[in-house]
Design a protein around this ligand. Structure first.
Ligand SMILES: *[C@@H]1O[C@H](CO)[C@@H](O)[C@H](O)[C@H]1NC(C)=O
Ligand SMILES: *[C@@H]1O[C@H](CO)[C@@H](O)[C@H](O)[C@H]1NC(C)=O
Length: 473
């Protein structure tokens, strides 16, 4: 019996239990405070929908005899939530405490007595000292999106005050007890379910988390949660997969995310940590898709450049080229031979690439005749920044190292060609790459979320975005 239960428990532990996140999102108390402000209005609206059923009955009142009474048309006029606190409960979730709240309402009263006597009027009523305490759990749903639920709730009312208009004052005392009793019942029954409603109204919004964010025709980023959020004294931390995939086929790269945690900063509402794993999974996807390659022809080199892609320019350094292929234009194919490697050091994002350059002569009949293949190792520095709801970047060349791979034109010195290839990287390859990087990569987002004053810093092994947020609808 024990073994069976134990095995059942083990089976319940999700397989992602040991998966490190590629992206970590931290919601601070400042962020929670913003959520609280949005929550007040929502709960206020809900409480305004409380309905109080008509109350009627008959009571013996000496010396008059039987008095029939009814209270009807009770309507909520206002709900005040002067104290509305949201606190983090480590390990559990969020505690919501409403205190000193009031609900004011009005209605009509009507009585019949001594067979033919009738009277009616109106009343105003205020319920004071309303307290609601509820705990909200935050979990990951089956799609890896956050979901919230009420785990308990208690509501109480401390006093009611009623003011009658019209009628005889001896009647008032009679009603007061019945109104209070009917009202307490109605409120006790409705407040917690309404608060639970307001809480679960959050779920459709949480469902808008872009668990698969499309980047371009090749790639998408998975932002599903790899485990339930963890709640500490000062924040709620969300562990997201943060992995680039090829849209057509999800394939795991030969490396996995390392554990990382965000610094204890709390001055912004939200912190987003993007690991080198995430960046390198992008490099893996694009390299694997074969899109990290570029054919370069002379018309892509600025007119002002004295260096042209032809056998005359190259012939100046490799005489065999000028001799065997006089007067021809050339074409270069630059491509990666393995996934570029991205590293983050404090204030330093670097991309190292191992690639090749193949040079061709373009024959008059358009045939490409290969001249040589060079190995090209390069390192670029990346400037990374937040643009809208995306991370974008631009790179500049750090250094470049050329060695001869294969030559079809005999042996030659590579070093003298450095300037040509530096120029090719700087004026053709890097601008193309930068145009791509400027388009950006979507960050995890919820609904119509805007980042306000987002700052990005590169730290050891991850980038940290600190930002405030604003929901616009
Ligand atoms: C940045 O990091 C790379 C690789 O870790 C290193 O080669 C380079 O020198 C660093 N640049 C600066 C400016 O620190
Ligand atoms: C194109 O021209 C080259 C050089 O003259 C020649 O070797 C090759 O056979 C030609 N190819 C075709 C398809 O005509």
């Amino acid at each position: 019996m024990f073994l069976c239960c134990f095995l059942a428990l083990v089976a319940l532990i999700p397989s992602s239990f040991s998966t490190n996140p590629g992206v970590v999102v931290k919601l601070t108390e400042k962020g929670l405070e913003y959520g609280r402000q949005l929550g007040v209005a929502s709960i206020q609206q809900k409480l305004k929908t409380i309905t109080v059923p008509d109350i009627s009955g008959a009571e013996k009142v000496p010396p008059i005899g039987k008095v029939q009474y009814s209270l009807s048309n009770m309507k909520i006029r206002d709900v005040g939530l002067p104290q509305f606190e949201v606190d983090l409960v480590p390990g559990t979730g969020v505690r919501l405490a409403i205190s000193n709240a009031f609900i004011s309402m009005d209605g009509d009263w009507r009585v019949k007595y001594l067979k033919f006597m009738k009277d009616h009027g109106s009343f105003d009523l205020t319920v004071k000292g309303l307290t609601v305490i509820t705990s909200i759990a935050i979990k990951s749903d089956e799609t890896g999106r956050p979901s919230v639920s009420n785990i308990n709730c208690a509501a109480s009312v401390s006093s009611t005050s009623i003011k009658f208009h019209g009628g005889a004052s001896w009647l008032y005392n009679l009603f007061t007890t019945f109104i209070e009793k009917g009202l307490r019942n109605a409120l006790q029954k409705q407040i917690c379910p309404l608060v639970a409603d307001a809480v679960s109204d959050l779920n459709p919004k949480l469902k808008t988390l872009n668990v698969l964010a499309k980047v371009d025709q090749y790639a998408e980023i998975e932002y599903s949660m790899v485990s339930s959020p963890t709640v500490s004294k000062s924040s709620i931390d969300f562990s997201l997969k943060g992995e680039f995939y090829n849209i057509a086929m999800h394939q795991e790269p030969p490396f996995a995310p390392s554990a990382f945690s965000l610094p204890p900063e709390v001055s912004n509402m939200l912190y987003i940590g993007v690991s080198t794993f995430t960046a390198n999974s992008a490099a893996f996807v694009y390299n694997k898709a074969g899109v990290l390659s570029l054919y370069i022809t002379d018309d892509m080199v600025p007119k002002s450049s004295p260096i042209r892609l032809n056998t005359r320019t190259f012939g100046a350094f490799v005489p065999q080229i000028a001799k065997s292929f006089p007067g021809l234009l050339m074409k270069l194919l630059v491509k990666t031979v393995k996934s570029p490697v991205i590293t983050f050091e404090p204030n330093n994002a670097t991309i190292q690439t191992a690639g090749t350059v193949t040079a061709y002569a373009i024959q008059p009949n358009a045939t490409l005749t290969p001249l040589f293949v060079l190995n090209l190792d390069s390192s670029v520095s990346a400037k990374v920044f937040v643009s809208g709801m995306s991370i974008a970047g631009s790179v500049t060349l750090n250094k470049m190292d050329l060695t001869l791979g294969t030559s079809y034109v005999g042996d030659f010195q590579v070093r003298p060609l450095d300037n040509i290839f530096q120029m090719v990287l700087k004026v053709v390859v890097i601008p193309k790459l930068n145009a791509k990087l400027a388009k950006g990569y979507p960050l995890p987002t919820l609904g119509k979320m805007k980042l306000v004053n987002a700052q990005l810093q590169v730290l050891k092994d991850y980038m940290l975005i600190g930002t405030d947020v604003q929901f616009t609808g």
